[in-house]
Design a protein around this ligand. Structure first.
Ligand code: SAM
Length: 613
């Protein structure tokens, strides 16, 4: 979320209404006459990190300025890049003193890359800032006055670099950008448009691509694949100006830094419906609308069919590449490469597949996803070579992951997250082998509530795993339940989940495809065996109001709410705990546990337990 979005989104804290982070109170109090001018160099003091990783700074007058790369407590010199109503946006030029938590970012792309915006802050300080985001969202959006005492310290990640099992890189349609002054986040248009740059979107410049040679979040062999694809792309003849400008218009990818956590919900090969569009929608309504406006009619028209051959209008062929690495026992070290194109022309991809195979023998699986636009409703994935899925191991279970199925990106830390979820659900964690998991559980149990108090006897509870993806959470707990019902909107994820139950000889779990945001969702859910425990792990936009109302009137005694967006989580918790006539509210329990799945990025996972008040 950009600071601008953070300030401009409308706020309504009535349960059941869409709402968002309210603007900092100070902003409205400062007269706009005290605003700096664009281009001006100003001295700032950073007081906090806003959700999204921007430094919240103030001028001496108190005027609020959001500045990237600014660290809490730092005094700095910055250049104002934009002045909005009530706040300004600036780029850091240099620090005015040595900051105690500043570290040298190891990545050469730090600054312009929109991915690791916190790489210049030491890890302990990152964790402190992330905890503050969760506390502040609960206070300001959730209306939780004692949030400070409810939220535990953040469960850290053991591996703070190269922890991701997949990365998505974009082909640049028209411009590339270069690094700005060291430590700053400045993006500069190059003189020469380059149609075949491969990299990540810089923050705030969705239609441009920062060429990336190495990403410290993926492993080094993945870097080699990235370089092979990048070198191949450079040898291609440039696209026609019409094609690149069409792509530029349509390219409003949400993957700033390639780090969107709502990776595409999947549908089975050749049965994709709405999945790719779903991911884009989940990642932020504002972006979706913005993209639609820019894409215009052309984008909508293309959405209707998958393009099995080049379209009539000039179209840039290459869109994105996703590099996934198996980290489980079976496919450990095996890569799946998904080349995402705007139309199907497999012969054009053969040279790059051969080049990757020659350079990185561990790359065994190649697929081609065809999506005419980032928001295409019809998407197909065609196998090119090798298996068209990966096998992953989580909590000692074997999972099949299709190319675009959602799978948590930090495999090692996912086991820790799931152990926290199990503990809060009153169940035994499926895996507590890692030291890290043990300390996470200690973190949970150190709180003044006792999970044993309402512990379910083995095999008793009915568990609903809402937003289940490929079924990982529910299946890992199935042995302790009489029944697990997993629900997700993505057909491909549900297909994988059912296969995963079978593959692991789990017979008490079933998986259903439903749009949990639908207004009539109650009519679907009331037909199911009613839950004792609900685990909900929605995408970034949280749960819909119809679902929240249904959960409130369900017979469930506890809900474990896993979220990758503290703001939408706080909003939903407010509705679930709101005392309405005739509906027994839930109570938010002490022990809201932030778990860091994404070091150096402005993302935090947070797990909350609700029980009946
Ligand atoms: C953060 S993922 C969680 C997946 C799973 N719990 C896990 O740990 O891997 C969010 C999931 O929500 C699903 N989803 C998003 N919007 C949905 C909707 N409106 N209805 C149902 N499922 C939805 C996505 O397909 C995705 O699988």
């Amino acid at each position: 979320m950009s600071p601008g979005a953070l300030l401009s989104r409308t706020v309504c804290l009535c349960p059941g209404q869409p709402h968002s982070l309210p603007p900092p109170k100070t902003c409205n109090a400062i007269a706009s006459s005290q605003a700096p001018e664009a281009g001006q160099h100003i001295e700032l003091e950073c007081t906090a990190l806003a959700f999204g990783g921007q430094g919240v700074c103030r001028q001496e007058s108190g005027f609020v300025v959001f500045c990237n790369a600014a660290l809490p407590g730092e005094k700095l010199l910055a250049e104002v890049t934009a002045v909005k109503k009530g706040h300004a946006v600036a780029t850091k030029l240099r620090s005015l003193h040595t900051h105690q938590h500043a570290v040298r970012p190891p990545c050469p792309h730090f600054g312009p890359c929109g991915g690791c915006t916190l790489q210049n802050l030491d890890y302990a300080a990152q964790l402190a800032a992330k905890r503050e985001w969760v506390v502040s969202a609960l206070q300001r959006i959730g209306g939780v006055s004692d949030a400070e005492s409810l939220v535990t310290s953040v469960v850290p990640c053991r591996d703070v670099f190269r922890y991701r099992n997949n990365m998505r890189f974009s082909f640049g349609p028209r411009h590339t950008i270069e690094a700005g002054p060291a430590g700053s986040n400045q993006a500069l248009p190059t003189a020469e448009p380059h149609a075949h740059a491969l990299g990540l979107h810089p923050r705030g410049l969705g239609a441009t691509v920062l060429p990336i040679s190495t990403c410290h979040l993926q492993d080094q062999e993945a870097d080699r694949i990235l370089q092979v694809v990048s070198n191949w792309a450079k040898t291609l003849p440039p696209e026609s100006p019409a094609a690149t400008s069409a792509a530029s218009e349509l390219q409003q990818g949400p993957t700033e830094g390639g780090l969107e956590e709502e990776d595409a919900p999947d549908a089975p090969l050749h049965q994709q419906q709405q999945a790719y569009a779903g991911r884009r929608r989940q990642s932020g309504g504002g972006r979706m609308q913005r993209g639609r406006g820019r894409g215009g009619g052309r984008g909508r028209q293309r959405n209707r069919t998958v393009l099995d051959s080049p379209p009539e209008a000039p179209t840039q062929f290459l869109r994105e590449v996703v590099i996934r690495r198996g980290r489980g026992d079976v496919d450990k070290g095996i890569f799946m490469v998904d080349l995402i194109t705007t139309y199907h022309a497999p012969e054009r991809l053969q040279p790059v597949v051969a080049a990757i195979q020659a350079e990185v023998p561990a790359a065994k699986s190649f697929v081609n996803t065809v999506a005419a636009t980032p928001r295409s409703r019809n998407v197909k994935t065609y196998p090119i070579s090798g298996p068209h899925f990966l096998r992953e191991t989580l909590c000692s279970l074997d999972f099949r992951v299709s190319p675009r199925s959602f799978f948590q990106t930090n495999t090692a830390q996912t086991e820790t997250l799931y152990a926290i979820v199990a503990a809060l659900a009153g169940l035994e964690p499926a895996s507590s082998s890692q030291e890290q998991t043990a300390s996470a559980l200690e973190n949970v149990r150190g709180q003044p509530w006792d999970p044993n108090e309402s512990r379910f006897g083995s095999g008793v509870p009915i568990l609903w795993d809402l937003f289940c993806g490929i079924g990982t959470i529910g299946l890992s707990l199935a042995v302790q339940c009489s029944r697990v019902i997993g629900i997700d909107g993505a057909g491909g994820g549900i297909a994988d989940a059912s296969l995963n139950a079978h593959r692991n000889s789990i017979s008490n779990a079933s998986f259903l495809q439903h749009d949990l945001a639908a207004q009539n969702i109650a009519s679907k859910l009331e037909l199911l065996p009613q839950p004792d425990i609900i685990i909900a792990d929605p995408a970034r936009n949280g749960m819909g109001t119809a679902l929240l109302s249904y959960l409130k009137q369900s017979g469930a005694s506890r809900i474990v709410y896993v979220s990758c967006d503290p703001a939408s989580q706080a909003r939903d918790l407010r509705q679930l705990t709101f005392d309405e006539a005739g509906l027994a509210p839930f109570k938010l329990m002490p022990g809201v546990v932030p778990c860091d799945m994404f070091p150096h990025t402005a993302h935090i996972e947070s797990v909350a337990l609700l029980t009946r008040a």
